[in-house]
Each structure stands twice: as C-alpha cells, then as structure tokens.
Design a protein around this ligand. Structure first.
Ligand code: ATP
Ligand code: MG
Length: 222
C-alpha cells in the first residue's frame, strides 16, 4: 500500500548537515495500523511528510499502490494526495476564515465530490464530539477542539491512508480514547491504512506494529 525504499532527506541549517531521514525502508500493508515513536527531533514528522508527498526526498522512493509518487508531475502528485491520503498535522492547520463545518468539507472540494458532503462532515464532527460546534470558527475553539476538527477533516474523503502526526497530543485521556476508537473503527470497517506518530504508549500498543525513529533511522521496536 505505502512503501519507502532507501528514503533519505538531509537538512542544512546553522552550518550543520542533518540526516532527518536516513535510508528508511518500510512497507505498510493495506489495512495495517503502524505506530512510529521516537524522541523529539528524530525525524518522525519528516518521515510522514516524505511518505505523504509533501517533502521531496534527496534520494529513495515512496510507492503508493505501486506508484512511485516522487516521479509524478506536481499536478498528478496533488491529485494522488487528494484522492488517497488524509493528513493530521502535528500543529493546528485550520483555515481561520472558514467555519468548523467548512474546514471539514474543504479537502473534498478538491476531489471528486461527495454525494452527501455536509451530512458526512456533520457525522464526523459528531464522532469527534463536536456536533454542536459546526458553525463556530477555529478561533472560538480550544486547542484540543481545533485538533479534533483537523482529525474529522482528514477522514472526509475516506482516504485509503491516514498519516497522523501526534493526533492526540493535546487531548485529555477520555477524548484520546474516543479518537483511538474512531481510528480503530475506520481501520476495521474500511481497511484504512494508518501511520500514526505518537508519544503515547497506550496508542502505540493498540496498533499492529510499532516502529522507532532514531536520528533519522527507522527500526522495528524491540
Ligand atoms: N525545514 C527544516 N530545515 C532544517 N532542519 C529541519 C527542517 N525540518 C526539520 N528539520 C530538522 O530535522 C530533524 C527532524 O525533525 P522532525 O520535525 O522530523 O522531528 P520529529 O521527530 O517530528 O520531532 P518532534 O517529536 O519534536 O515533533 C530535526 O533536527 C529538525 O531540526
Ligand atoms: Mg514532529
């Protein structure tokens, strides 16, 4: 489903060269749920953004359903991203001038369109516990509520793959559990593939496989 082959990305900053991803090899099957753990600065966000077609690697390949995504033209890559991938970013990424409901609907306006877009968006908002906030604006929500809107948004186009960067970073335990239950339900019902960056052991333990990032090197957890 989603495969990295010898994927590398270095950054140059402050006179230093840093390998944020160092010859990463990983193959995540359709319907598999994988957790990526690792210290701050180890390269987890970099890895998600390479896998998701947002950051171009220096070398190596990313295959999504066998397609080498970094060999595609920009327009084809955007189209693939919109059709197949759902992102939950580490930091809030809502459009401030759009309502909660419109933020959730936004990705599908780039895609093929959904029959019952508003209904689906409202249902997703209910699943993340925000049924009553559909007409609010992001600035009127708490950090955790904004994060939950971003989670709902990632699911709107029923993507084959969800790339989630610390999706429950600022949520209380109960809300966190609800989000994980949502992930598991979608995973089981739709065979959605998940790559979840998390510091939370409880979440990692509920996935099928745990990987550890250390100084840009990805390994199986021991
Ligand atoms: N655009 C950039 N320019 C220069 N260096 C960068 C850039 N993005 C990331 N880095 C560096 O690459 C390394 C990996 O960063 P990354 O954000 O992938 O870490 P992370 O594992 O997600 O950390 P955290 O758990 O704190 O989110 C860090 O040392 C960071 O400073
Ligand atoms: Mg990060």
């Amino acid at each position: 489903m989603i495969e990295a082959i010898n994927l590398s990305k270095t950054y140059q900053a402050g006179g230093q060269i840093l390998a944020a991803a160092d010859r990463v090899n990983v193959n995540v099957a359709r319907g598999e749920m994988v957790a990526v753990v690792g210290h701050s600065g180890s390269g987890k966000t970099t890895l998600l953004s390479l896998l998701g077609g947002l950051t171009r690697p220096d070398s190596g390949q990313v295959l999504i359903d066998g397609v080498d995504i970094w060999s595609l033209a920009d327009s084809a890559l955007s189209e693939l991203r919109n059709r197949k991938l759902g992102f939950i970013y580490q930091f809030a990424s809502l459009i401030p001038t759009l309502s909660v409901l419109d933020n959730v609907c936004l990705p599908s306006t780039f895609g093929p369109g959904l029959d019952n877009l508003i209904g689906t968006a409202k249902e997703l908002l209910a699943q993340v516990g925000l049924a009553d906030k559909a007409n609010f604006y992001p600035a009127q929500l708490s950090g955790g509520q904004q994060r939950r809107v971003a989670i709902a948004r990632a699911f709107i186009s029923a993507p084959a793959v969800i790339l989630a960067d610390e999706p429950t970073g600022d949520l209380d335990e109960e809300t966190e559990r609800e989000i994980i239950n949502l992930f598991r339900r979608v995973n089981e019902e739709q065979a959605t593939t998940f790559v979840i960056v998390t510091h939370n052991r409880e979440i990692a333990a509920q996935t099928h496989r745990q990987l550890v990032m250390k100084d840009g090197v990805l390994d199986a957890a021991i």
